[in-house]
Design a protein around this ligand. Sequence first.
Ligand code: TYD
Length: 225
Amino acid sequence: MSRSGLFISFEGIDGAGKSSHIDGLAQAFRAQGRNVTLSREPGGTPLAEKLRELVLNDPMDALTEALLIFAARRDHLCQVIEPALARGDVVLCDRFTDATFAYQGAGRGFDTNLLSILERMAQTGVAPEPDLMREPDLTVWFDLAPEVAAERLAGARVPDRFESQPVEFFRRVAQGYADRAAAAPQRFARIDAAQDRHRVWQQLTSVFVRKGWLSIMVPTPGAVA
Ligand code: TYD
């Protein structure tokens, strides 16, 4: 099995259920002898976690929000993601730039051409290849109808600036993800997140097995053997 680094991001609207599966995948990779770096965005470094607090809680205009998110992303790439890939780790990242196109672009209506410019600035010049714009090798997209996601989230916790948005916002965000997936189908794996947890896990792991990144189907985490 390949020992070169792998960069995998996980995306979907709030409530799509991605977070619970990321830990399971980390365990599966570790069980097969891989070193795993688990991280999230915005965040993943002390500086980026401070920026996350601001972005999720403090009112700000759309450009400020986008700049802070990409500033956090660059720090995360420089401090954590690139060094981990250089070591040959599997990097599992809860959200990355597709979230910016979905939430700030489609959700908030921020200019996606400008986001593309920021993306190029923030993600280039950190990899060993100077001209490479670092992107995930694979993006797992947990696709779920916004109405179902809203039901799952209801009462779960105190909502942040994004979780408190109305369902129409999440319809646009979901469309934003669909557009990003259509534009880069070779990078995206769509998971039908409306299925029960066990089936979501099966669909998820089968993607990794097909790619040769996991060698066997792994049982659902927490399932009784
Ligand atoms: P989330 O993964 O939902 O964290 P948690 O499970 O702890 O709530 O991410 C936090 C929020 O940040 C989420 O609502 C989406 C938003 N977000 C953006 O708006 N733009 C981005 O670029 C990223 C990475 C996240």
